[in-house]
Design a protein around this ligand. Structure first.
Ligand code: BES
Ligand code: MN
Ligand code: ZN
Length: 495
């Protein structure tokens, strides 16, 4: 989806050759209400007759209106223009235009629209117009190709917001697409190929390791999970270098379980299909790198994806087996369904070699996190208050929110093992926290944060599908980092 912004008056936009035009209408705008402009007059009349009530998403759907070039004109109320209201309005407009084949869409904001609101409108539109078609007999590319925003005045900040939104929506789309693909269409090798092609498109580096290299690295925990699958594991390392190599990178680690049966500790049949989404962490890392390749910010980012299936098999790891992780710590695998932490712990140890300024892992890690926070906020855990605060802030700013959870040492009690340094599961209580406590043991050498996205990365039920979260949060976090770094640099080196 291509986004652009133009400085235009509504009187000229209505003469454009578009497949449809959406006009975002604010509740309070003296100038607009007094305007003699025909559309303003129309809204005024509809309001007087009680046919347009200025609630968010209220619509006036017009067909072949005199003086308007496009046949499809939708005027939609954004009420007070708050982010949630704009999202509602854009969704309502898209539903109203459902039966229209739209390639070129115009979105006119009949008011002074902020950078943030432009971003909200763009992401809501991208979200609403995405449809998964990859495994249908006639896969179709997305219909909506061009979105032209127009407003009466355009400043530099708004232009930047549109460039940012463009990168964000392509990143989110990559994340959704790979997360939605069924496990037999998104194997570890296919994820690796996707990473390579994203790296090529953004001209950065991508290295892919297989079982041989991972064995050599001593990743006994990752290897234990992969043992039960005939699909060979892949360890994907992406490196985006937008800053001098002296600058410590941020490392993103995405859980890439392309299908989670639970292994020998097998999951029950109902909804097991949803475990194809167990690579949403990995998909979000791919999405972030897609966006980085487009935006080219001045910072260094490493992306690590341990990718494998978790399958039961004669060769599969068994409950009670003890394996040695790359860190040297031994792990008693009491439940083979707690596999995410096993692949992540070795990737976290691997992250040490980059001497990172921060490491963030992203994982559909626990059903317990879904119970705790539902689909609204992702769970955030961190051993570093400053890092946690910045991530929370990035969440609020992007609308892709998270909530910090505790890491008291007392929560680690249940992870004690009689047969190894640590067990991979504790009891039923506080499952999201005990999983994080397990990971924390492998993250002592750097500021670390863990995002449990089990509740936020996809929706179940009729609207089943990936949400593309938390690409927006991560990208926002990274851009905050880039900004802070450039402010610390001498002015002469700023770009
Ligand atoms: N991928 C699952 C977590 C999950 C479950 C995400 C349901 C979304 C919905 C993870 O690998 C898992 O199976 N976790 C177990 C851990 C338990 C065995 C300690 C869980 O949450 O039940
Ligand atoms: Mn599992
Ligand atoms: Zn899992």
């Amino acid at each position: 989806m291509n986004l652009e912004i133009q400085k235009r008056a509504l009187t000229t936009v209505i003469r454009d050759d578009l497949d449809a035009l959406v006009v975002l209408w604010p509740a309070q705008d003296a100038e607009l209400t007094q305007s003699k402009e025909p559309i303003a007059a129309l809204v005024k009349s509809a309001t007087l007759h009680g046919d347009f009530d200025h609630k968010p998403g209220a619509l006036l759907s017009l067909y072949a209106q005199a003086g308007v070039k496009t046949r499809h004109l939708v005027i939609v109320s954004v009420a007070d223009g708050m982010p949630a209201q704009v999202r509602t309005a854009v969704n309502a407009a898209w539903v109203a235009l459902k039966s229209v084949k739209i390639k070129r869409l115009g979105v006119h904001a009949a008011f002074d629209v902020s950078a943030k609101i432009l971003q909200v409108a763009a992401t809501a539109l991208a979200d609403a117009s995405y449809s998964y078609t990859h495994t249908f007999s006639q896969p179709k590319p997305r219909a909506l190709k061009w979105v032209t925003f127009s407003t009466p005045t355009v400043n530099a900040e708004q232009r930047r917001a549109v460039v940012y939104a463009q990168a964000l929506v392509s990143g989110v789309e990559v994340a959704k697409e790979w997360a939605n693909r069924p496990a037999n269409h998104a194997t570890p090798s296919m994820l690796a190929d996707a990473a390579k092609s994203i790296a090529k498109g953004g001209s950065f580096k991508c290295e892919v390791m297989g079982p041989k290299e991972v064995t050599k690295l001593g990743m006994g925990a990752f290897l234990a999970v992969a043992r039960g699958s005939v699909e060979p594991l892949r360890f994907i390392v992406m490196r985006y270098n937008g800053a001098p190599s002296s600058q410590a990178p941020v490392v993103l680690v995405g859980k890439g379980i392309t299908f989670d049966t639970g292994g020998i500790s097998m999951k029950p049949a109902p909804e097991m299909d949803e475990m194809k989404f167990d690579m949403c962490g990995a998909a979000s890392v791919l999405g972030v790198f897609k966006a980085l390749g487009e935006l080219k910010p001045a910072l260094n980012v490493v992306g690590l994806i341990p990718a494998t299936e978790n399958m039961p098999d004669a060769a599969a790891v068994k409950p009670g087996d003890v394996v040695t992780s790359m860190s040297g710590q031994t792990i008693e695998i009491l439940n083979t369904d707690a596999e995410g932490r096993l692949v992540l712990c070795d990737a976290l140890t691997y992250a040490e070699r980059f001497k990172p300024q921060a490491v963030i892992d992203i994982a559909t890690l626990t059903g317990a996190c879904v119970i705790a926070l539902g689909g609204v906020r992702s769970g955030l855990f961190s051993n570093d208050d400053a890092l946690a605060q910045t991530i929370q802030l990035a969440g609020e700013a992007s609308g892709d929110t998270c909530w910090r959870m505790p890491l008291d040492e007392d929560y680690a009690e249940g992870l004690k093992s009689r047969f190894a340094d640590v067990a991979n599961v504790a009891g039923r209580q506080a499952g999201a926290v005990t999983a994080a406590k397990f990971l924390q043991r492998f993250a002592s050498r750097f500021p670390w944060a863990h995002l449990d996205i089990a509740g936020t990365a996809w929706r179940s039920g009729a609207a089943k599908g990936a949400t593309g979260r938390p690409v927006a949060l991560l990208l926002q976090y990274l851009l905050i980092q880039a900004e802070q770094k450039s402010l610390k640099m001498p002015a002469s080196r700023r770009v």
